[in-house]
Design a protein around this ligand. Structure first.
Ligand SMILES: Nc1nc2c(c(=O)[nH]1)N[C@H]1C(S)=C(S)[C@@H](COP(=O)(O)O)O[C@H]1N2
Ligand SMILES: [Mo]
Length: 318
């Protein structure tokens, strides 16, 4: 397994919120109950993400990383527009701080959890292969924590079977949410089965490339489920609801024959309008732009996740 150390962040790129704490210091403070006192503003609680090192878990696909430039400029985030360049170009007014996520539904302890509390979870860097339903892919060094850690805080009830997620609606700061043409109904919603949500590969990301998550990638906290198509990775999450019934999901609602609830990466199940057998690695540097490669079942994470679906027909449950 290849270890990856994030590149050092030049001083000029370190955000002006200069009261960064090193992660270990932050955790020590949190453990000592001193976090609130030590963090007079929301910004001060941001740990030093650049200092995180890759965990030698079984996650790093050992492939070349997609450049930070591509990861932060070729995006899908319709709240800022439908062109790939829109999220980077049009998200400057979005202010993701302060932030909190409401967790409710079938849980013993519903309530809001602040971003600072999430940043104090045990953050790790994980390199994941990502695959969009549009047949492009990237390899991204995410920083985040297991979603299971967050759900555990709320103590899901035995009756909970699914987890529903909701993105913020804030038309004043999200140009894609205002104007005559609305590409999607808001809020953007997504869902997972509870066992998928609790799987250790499923993370909530708060950063990438050793930095705080850029607005265009879903600041301040977004879902990453590496064995599923990208649209499951809901961004800028404000609400998580534990449910008994399968929750609606934005793309499935819009085009149920094209986008299923499961959305597991599957080269054998084509999108009705194109094949899913190949993918184009973004910025892969191939000669004459030829970065085509075969798509792997479960995006290559089959050893870890195939068991979740062992009795299911994956053609019917696409
Ligand atoms: N709220 C919200 N989340 C979203 C989307 C969106 O339009 N709105 N697009 C999805 C799609 S289709 C993809 S491929 C990924 C892209 O994530 P990235 O831009 O960080 O690579 O975000 C997903 N999450
Ligand atoms: Mo996507």
């Amino acid at each position: 397994m290849r270890r990856y150390t994030p590149p050092p962040v030049p001083g000029s790129e370190i955000t002006p919120e200069s009261a960064y704490l090193r992660r270990r210091d932050l955790m020590r403070l949190a453990a000592a109950g001193g976090l609130a006192m030590a963090t007079p503003s929301a910004f001060a609680a941001t740990p030093d993400l650049a200092a995180l090192e890759a965990e030698p878990g079984g996650y790093d696909p050992g492939e070349d990383l997609t450049s930070e430039e591509a990861v932060t400029s070729y995006n899908n985030f319709y709240e800022f527009g439908t062109e790939k360049g829109d999220p980077a170009a049009r998200s400057g007014d979005f202010n993701p701080r302060p932030w909190s996520v409401m967790i409710d539904g079938l849980v013993r302890k519903p309530g809001e959890i602040g971003l600072e509390e999430m940043l104090a979870f045990d953050l790790e860097e994980r390199i994941y292969r990502m695959r969009c339903v549009e047949a492009w892919s990237m390899v991204i060094p995410w920083i985040g924590f297991p979603l299971s850690a967050l759900l555990a805080k709320a103590e899901p009830l035995g009756s909970a079977k699914y987890v529903a997620f909701e993105t913020i609606v804030r038309a004043e700061e999200m140009p894609g949410q205002r104007g005559a043409f609305q590409p999607l109904p808001w809020p953007y919603v997504e869902g997972l089965r509870l066992d998928e949500a609790m799987h250790p590969l499923t993370i909530m990301s708060v950063g990438l490339y050793g930095k705080v998550l850029p607005n265009q990638n879903g600041a301040p906290v977004r879902l990453v489920v590496p064995w599923k198509y990208g649209f499951k990775g809901i961004k800028s999450i404000v609400k998580i609801t534990l449910t008994e019934e399968e929750p609606p999901t934005t793309w499935n609602r819009l085009a149920p024959n094209e986008y299923g609830f499961y959305a597991n990466v599957n080269p054998e199940v084509d999108h009705p309008r194109w094949s899913q057998a190949q993918e184009n690695r973004i910025g892969g540097g191939g000669f004459f732009g030829s970065n085509e490669r075969p798509t792997l079942m479960f995006n290559g994470y089959g050893d870890e996740v195939a068991g979740l679906y062992k009795d299911m027909d994956l053609k019917a449950n696409f």
